[in-house]
Ligand binder design. Structure first.
Ligand SMILES: Nc1ncnc2c1ncn2[C@@H]1O[C@H](COP(=O)(O)OP(=O)(O)OP(=O)(O)O)[C@@H](O)[C@H]1O
Ligand code: SF4
Ligand SMILES: [Mg+2]
Length: 356
């Protein structure tokens, strides 16, 4: 049998954790004793890789740790432990200008990420000169090329961010990220602040940029519907961990983690035949100050057993390219209604049927 080696991913994070320590007075901490919740673990052993030229979606509820991971990948936050590799080499804790240039971020709010007092032409010129992307004589032509790449015209050079619509501003933010010729884009909810009608045009732009420039893209979203037709693979995050990762089609057809099933079922359906019409996610996400013992999803999981309340499942291969962190991955039938779930004692009546 011939074994073909898989290409080295462009980015890989291994067992990454990130803790935040909140500043509470020593006296308060001593008084609280074992109940002290002055530190939280935003990421708790994250393993993930991004392949060359792919769009990988990172999806999960608010507070699951998506932005924290995105910040670690672009170097604006440092992990508490674990490693980040770029093309198989460890990424230094302190990145130089060249390291930073290769991985660029696109933020959710295009307006606050652009300086309102600087014209588009000046913004691009500053970057192109600082990073010596092209000779000074070619800066204007390069700026126009960047604008055209994101669907804007030359006359945008003299305008200021406030003169553009939300979608156009996000195009500008993308042009700015591309100015330094990165090979990886980390897009943190880049369409969440946009009107639904504009979202599709920006998603199309990401798809085209990947195709034309061969970019590798990590696309963060809290809604699976946004990435269903864009991403090659999906990683599902819950309370600081990746709990399922698979090719997009496989994930939608054969989810193996109950949380993924709930995310899929929360998508407003255009057609009949959802994975499970009955599966509504119960309860609020637990706080990262107080991660449940055993499987972190167990207080909300209709399939939880006693074992789930003691064993913390690791992300494990279910089938080729499909990994999940569920002890009952083999038992779950994605096309059957979920069993009745007794809400955990701490869930409030209002929280019993929270949809995502
Ligand atoms: N600088 C910080 N100090 C303390 N806690 C933080 C900090 N940044 C993030 N957190 C906490 O870490 C957890 C993960 O936050 P993060 O912003 O990564 O989540 P997210 O998945 O991006 O959420 P959202 O969908 O709302 O953007 C949250 O509980 C958040 O309150
Ligand atoms: S391990 Fe148990 S509690 Fe966790 S997702 Fe699987 S069935 Fe649910
Ligand atoms: Mg976020």
């Amino acid at each position: 049998m011939t074994v073909t080696a898989l290409p080295t991913p462009v980015l890989r994070v291994s067992d990454v954790t990130k803790s935040y320590h909140l500043r509470t007075p020593l006296a308060t901490r001593l008084a609280r004793g074992a109940d002290d919740h002055s530190s939280l673990r935003a990421l708790d052993g994250v393993d993930l890789h991004l392949r060359k030229g792919e769009i990988l979606a990172l999806v999960g509820e608010s507070g699951s740790g998506k932005s924290t991971l995105a910040k670690i990948l672009v170097g604006s936050a440092t992990p508490s432990s674990g490693s980040v590799e770029y093309h198989g080499e460890p990424m230094p804790a302190r990145r130089d200008r060249n390291d930073s240039r290769r991985i660029q971020m696109v933020f959710q709010d295009p307006y606050s990420s652009l300086n309102p007092r600087i014209s588009v032409g000046s913004m691009l010129r500053e970057l192109l000169v600082l990073h010596k992307v092209v000779p000074r004589s070619e800066v204007r032509a390069e700026s126009i090329r960047l604008l055209n790449l994101v669907g804007l015209e030359e006359d945008a050079l003299d305008a200021f961010p406030s003169q553009f619509s939300g979608g156009q501003r996000q195009r500008l933010a993308i042009a700015r990220a591309l100015a330094v010729r990165p090979d990886i884009l980390i897009a943190d909810e880049p369409v969440s602040a946009l009107d639904v009608s504009v979202q599709a045009t920006i998603l199309d732009l990401f798809a085209r940029l990947r195709r034309e420039l061969g970019l590798s893209i990590l696309f963060v979203a809290h809604n699976l519907a946004v990435v269903q037709h864009l991403s090659d693979r999906v990683a599902v995050m819950y309370l600081g961990r990746i709990v399922e990762v698979a090719d997009t089609a496989e994930l939608f057809a054969n989810p193996r983690h109950p949380y993924t099933r709930a995310l899929i079922d929360s998508i407003p359906r255009m057609t009949a035949g959802s994975v499970n019409e009955e599966f509504v996610l119960e309860g609020e996400p637990p706080s990262p100050f107080d991660v449940p013992r055993g499987c972190r999803f167990n207080p909300r999981c209709p399939y939880a057993t006693d074992e789930c309340r003691t064993i913390d499942p690791a992300l494990a291969e279910f089938s080729a390219g499909h990994e999940t962190a569920c002890l009952r991955a083999d038992d779950l039938d994605p096309f059957q209604a979920a069993p009745e779930h007794a809400a955990p004692e701490h869930a409030t009546p209002d929280a019993r049927s929270t949809t995502l």
